[in-house]
Ligand binder design. Sequence first.
Ligand SMILES: Cc1cc2nc3c(=O)[nH]c(=O)nc-3n(C[C@H](O)[C@H](O)[C@H](O)COP(=O)(O)OP(=O)(O)OC[C@H]3O[C@@H](n4cnc5c(N)ncnc54)[C@H](O)[C@@H]3O)c2cc1C
Ligand code: FES
Length: 275
Amino acid sequence: MGAPSPYLPGLATIMKIEEQTAMEKLFVVRPNDGKPLGHKPGQFVEVSVFGVGECPISVSSAPNKKADFEMCVRRAGNVTNALHNLKVGDVIGIRGPYGTHFPVEDLKGKDLLFVAGGLGIVPLRSFINYALERRKDYGRIIVLFGARTPADRLFKAEIASLARRPDLEYLETVDVGDASWKGNVGVITTLFPKFTIDPKKTYAIMVGPPVMYRFAIAAAKAKGLADDHIIVSLERKMKCGLGKCGHCQMGPVYVCQEGPVFNFAAIKNLEEALS
Ligand SMILES: Cc1cc2nc3c(=O)[nH]c(=O)nc-3n(C[C@H](O)[C@H](O)[C@H](O)COP(=O)(O)OP(=O)(O)OC[C@H]3O[C@@H](n4cnc5c(N)ncnc54)[C@H](O)[C@@H]3O)c2cc1C
Ligand code: FES
């Protein structure tokens, strides 16, 4: 018998579902073989809802020895809507983990500036929690988080406890406030004048909507960060996750293989990268 098809998903069971906002749910998933995924922060899995289809979703939990892992899913279309309709105990398919990861080893000893726009907090949460579990391995940790409105803020309770930590600097803003919101209002780049960094030892790790990158990269560079001190994660439409179908192609680059995590210095001349 030949090797099993790489397109064949493993089975996994939904252990817990937590509503985060009107659009996003957090799923705790356990592979039925009981083995941990073995992912690194920044990687994604291909998730299938049987009879509907498959889509790429970032792993949001930090790697650990347990089999359970977390994904936060926004309703966007066929597969993500079907996922939102599932219940605890339902079985889904999981392939992966796939893609490149944040350079968690290379960044040891460095100051980390996380820039999370909207759903970008989902993959960054894996690295933030990874770094906090190894707090002595990293220098300063600064987290910037921007959401469209207070109602769109993900991981509210977790963020509140992050914000209270003395070993982490946390700044947050919303594009549009409401009567209950007492915090910053404005796009994420309006947070940059509120802190200083040592550009020689700081690395910015950014994930957000396409429109965020151009402005957040400019703001990071204005703080003295060199191109190779900026790490981004790019979303492209993906299908196979295996470098076969070409759906994720960005010029000569297959994002599912060479990304989604890139050093900005390596892709800054790729026209399609940040558009
Ligand atoms: C590496 C990677 C990691 C991702 N991580 C997450 C995550 O953690 N949480 C999450 O909620 N979403 C994540 N996404 C986006 C998610 O894959 C899409 O929302 C999903 O594929 C939509 O599939 P669907 O069948 O629900 O929607 P469809 O019915 O296929 O389409 C709905 C709409 O979404 C657009 N769309 C389809 N596929 C994508 C895509 N891959 N990226 C952007 N837009 C798309 C379509 O053009 C259409 O407008 C990630 C995407 C990538 C590439
Ligand atoms: S998703 Fe198929 S080649 Fe990248």
